[in-house]
Design a protein around this ligand. Structure first.
Ligand code: SF4
Length: 530
């Protein structure tokens, strides 16, 4: 290995703090890979969940990350293959290489890492080398775009999937045939059912690093899934059932987080509705720490007597994030959120009253059925929020809706570039002002995410092009290959993920889709998702 690369790895390891010791290990050489840079991967709780499962099973597991551009140049210059962080094992000498994939654009990192590690990207051409295994929410929704690269893909949660893998992996891929949740892409699509596990202990980092993206606090997962089932959201439809951890189960993790960083990040998709939120926060305060809060549901902040609002009032953060989603109540109903204009303004005003300095609000464009007057309505809504809300900067973060597999909007088209560009221009004109900062996701990037979310196996070709020449070149190629892919699908059309049973039956998704198009709000059956 090049001296420069070895030194870099040594420095990284020297600055880390481990929560769990390195396991003695058996005869399998295993690494968990994160297909993005170290600072990003180390901040991803899903990555740490896989590490923890393996360590608790007694596996001596290493980590490996996508090198930075500078490091990749050094790998090529020195002809050093990509190696694991702890033991410096080249990827091609491993027995098992497990990729943790939360976001579709990271598929490109997977191919780049295999290339740098001297492992053939396409599984059908590989001879020897590790079993390449992938898992995470992105391939759980639709495994096909990475199917050609993987020997195995886990559909569902690591806690439910890994025991069978560890038991049978040494006998080869075929030993996993028929194991619940394991998808073997080589034989073509076959039925596979998403697996989930009871939430028994919180996810939290196995290793802390001062150079992780979230190094100022320790993240602790307090709940998984969401009971609200907004129609565009995979967390509400595919990460089911909703599960939460009480104080007893969290005690040890919280104490460790406070001891290490003082601040404990409460992680979950619906933290503000956690039934034990106040008790958890009180425990953190009692230990001398501070809770770090994620985005809150607007309703929870507006309801002043609720636990989330009381918590804000007790220790107001500098900055608060609220998911507003759309400018009109009708469009919010279409998305499956009942949120009145008054409640929204009440939440912003309450945040200001308790001392929050800055607000960030999330909005979507490209919602099925939206009108131009509703897009134009974003600017006056933002001005109203700025008028009653916190005194500091108001960040308006606008993303295009990317319809996700497994949700009621899975058949919808991608918003066109023209639509997004026009919306961006309108909002730039309407949102001028010193205090308001507009962040609008690039229309091309939206399109790329859509193609990787909704594509079939053909998308693997585009991922290879992106790894070699960048995603913009790959996007141009993809649009030439599949010009109709962004046009959406009819409910009777085959979908690339038809063989994956996510959970909600197709009829239920179709019913919700109809309600979305009719802008009909129906409260979610919260019991059925618990
Ligand atoms: S509140 Fe809605 S958007 Fe937020 S996590 Fe739950 S289902 Fe998803």
């Amino acid at each position: 290995m090049s001296r420069r690369l070895r030194e870099g790895q040594r420095r990284r390891l020297a600055r880390e703090t481990r929560r769990l010791p390195v396991a003695a290990g058996g005869d399998l050489r295993v690494a968990v890979a994160y297909p993005n840079e170290y600072r990003v991967g180390m901040a991803n709780l899903g990555f740490h969940v896989v590490l923890e499962q393996l360590l608790r099973a007694g596996v001596r597991v290493d980590r490996v990350f996508l090198p930075s551009d500078k490091e990749a140049v050094e790998h090529r210059r020195s002809r050093t293959p990509l190696c694991t962080l702890e033991q410096g094992i080249p990827l091609r000498e491993l027995d098992l290489l497990l990729f943790s994939l939360s976001f579709e654009p990271d598929y490109v990192g997977l191919v780049s890492m295999l290339g740098l590690g001297g492992v053939e990207a396409l599984a059908r051409r590989r001879e020897g080398g590790p079993l390449v295994v992938a898992g995470g929410i992105a391939p759980t929704l639709n495994p096909e775009p990475i199917a050609p690269f993987c020997d195995l893909i886990g559909i569902g949660e690591a806690e439910a999937l890994l025991p069978a893998l560890l038991e049978r992996a040494r006998d080869g891929v075929e030993a996993l045939a028929g194991a619940p949740g394991w998808y073997l892409p080589a034989g073509g699509p076959h039925p596979v059912q998403r697996q989930h596990a009871p939430l028994e202990r919180p996810a939290l980092p196995v290793v802390l690093s001062p150079t992780s993206a979230f190094s100022s606090h320790v993240d602790v997962e307090i709940s998984r899934g969401c009971r609200w089932r907004c129609r565009f959201c995979a967390a509400g439809h595919v990460v089911t059932p909703y599960r939460e951890l009480g104080l007893d189960a969290l005690e040890e993790a919280i104490a460790w987080g406070v001891a290490q960083r003082g601040r404990v990040g409460l992680v979950g998709t619906d933290v503000s509705d956690h039934s034990g939120l106040e008790a958890i926060a009180n425990r953190i305060f009692a230990l001398g720490g501070e809770p770090a809060l994620p985005s809150f549901r607007v309703e929870s902040v507006a309801r002043r007597s609720g636990a989330a609002a009381r918590l804000l009032a007790r220790r107001p953060p500098q900055s608060l994030t609220l998911a507003v989603e759309a400018s009109s109540e009708g469009l919010r109903c279409a998305l499956g959120k009942r949120l009145s204009h008054e409640k929204l303004l009440r939440a912003a005003a309450h945040a200001a009253e308790v001392g929050v300095q800055r607000l960030r609000i999330y909005l979507l464009v490209g919602i099925p059925g939206e009108t131009w007057s509703e897009i134009e309505g974003i600017a006056p809504l933002v001005q109203e929020i700025a008028g009653v809300g916190p005194p500091g900067r108001l960040t308006v973060s606008i993303n295009a809706l990317v319809p996700k597999p497994g949700t009621p909007l899975q058949w919808e088209p991608a918003p066109s570039r023209e639509h997004l560009r026009r919306a961006r221009a309108l909002l730039r004109r309407g949102l001028r002002g010193e205090r308001v900062e507009l962040q609008f996701e690039s229309p091309d990037w939206t399109r790329w995410q859509y193609l990787l979310s909704q594509g079939g196996r053909e998308a693997a070709e585009w991922v290879i092009v992106a790894a070699e020449h960048g995603w913009r070149r790959a996007l141009a190629r993809a649009e030439g290959d599949a010009p109709l892919l962004g046009a959406g699908r009819q409910p009777g059309d085959p979908l690339p993920w038809d063989h994956v049973e996510h959970g909600p039956p197709r009829e239920a998704l179709l019913r919700e889709r109809e309600r979305c198009l009719a802008r009909e709000y129906v409260p979610p059956d919260r019991e059925s998702s618990s």
